[in-house]
Design a protein. Structure first.
Length: 275
């Protein structure tokens, strides 16, 4: 009997890892879906340590896919700082824009994080249902947009707009990738630029959160008793995030974003009326 309970627990966390991995790169809100599946499985785990743990797995997948861009940015950023190499100026500015765009979510998280968390805990499923509908409307707005801005055409203003859109996505149900890609395309970025800026922007926020929450993760009683399911979820989230992001890159190139809007409408309504 105990074996069956442990097996079911591992299956549940495998599904949670799969949900995190598939939904993190695409504009349908990973945090919202994790909350939905926790509700369905009746998994009571206070705090955000599990979400942060599997989110780090998604971060590793993003780092793997964008490793060449990251190495290039670091190399050229250093070249520009040390030697004022003109050919490296565009990448140096891109780094500055990523830093600027990271600031809003940090400020809002520090100032309003607890208040937002309390509101969400009191009205969790209703919040997720409504915010999924908001995500659907936002994605629908950009379904046919084709921007012209490349990496070298961005400005501080563009970075701040995208940064504030990411800050809005601290609310479960508001997709982080969706919010940043929507904002990026509304201000005229090309699909490829919007996608790259969105996921490179994801790196410092996710990495910073993971580092700050290491003590909370290690002290989480669930981690010590459920470390095998947690590891299963981590590995699953990494693999799923990698392939989901690769798939989403093709979707962005073809411009089939409207299907994500349809999906969010259906799931949002189901959550509102049945959960």
């Amino acid at each position: 009997m105990d074996f069956l309970v442990e097996l079911w627990t591992i299956i549940q966390y495998f599904i949670l890892g799969l949900v995190q991995g598939v939904t993190e790169p695409i504009p349908i809100s990973s945090s919202g879906h994790i909350m939905i599946f926790r509700e369905l499985f009746a998994i009571d785990s206070p705090g955000l340590s599990f979400e942060i743990f599997v989110n780090f797995a998604s971060l590793l997948a993003v780092l793997t896919i964008y490793r060449r861009d990251i190495v290039r940015l670091i190399r050229n950023g250093w070249l520009y700082v040390t030697k004022k190499e003109e050919t490296a100026k565009s990448d140096f500015r891109f780094i500055i824009y990523l830093i600027v765009a990271t600031i809003p979510v940090g400020v809002i998280g520090v100032l309003f994080g607890d208040a937002i968390g309390q509101i969400i805990n009191e009205n969790a499923m209703n919040v997720v249902g409504v915010t999924l509908l908001i995500t659907a409307a936002a994605v629908w707005m950009i379904r046919n947009l084709r921007g012209r801005k490349n990496d070298g055409d961005l400005t501080i203003k563009d970075a701040l707009i995208v940064g504030f859109s990411q800050a809005i996505a601290v609310t479960p149900g508001i997709s982080r990738s969706g919010a940043t890609i929507v904002a990026s395309m509304l201000i005229g970025m090309r699909q490829e630029t919007a996608l790259r800026f969105s996921f490179l922007l994801y790196i410092p926020v996710s990495l910073g959160t993971a580092i700050l929450e290491i003590p909370a993760i290690l002290s989480d009683p669930s981690f010590s008793t459920l470390w095998i399911p947690y590891v299963v979820a981590f590995i699953t989230a990494f693999i799923a995030s990698y392939f989901a992001l690769r798939w989403f890159m093709n979707i962005m190139a073809k411009g089939n974003l409207r299907y994500f809007a349809y999906y969010c409408v259906v799931v949002g309504l189901l959550v509102i009326f049945f959960l």
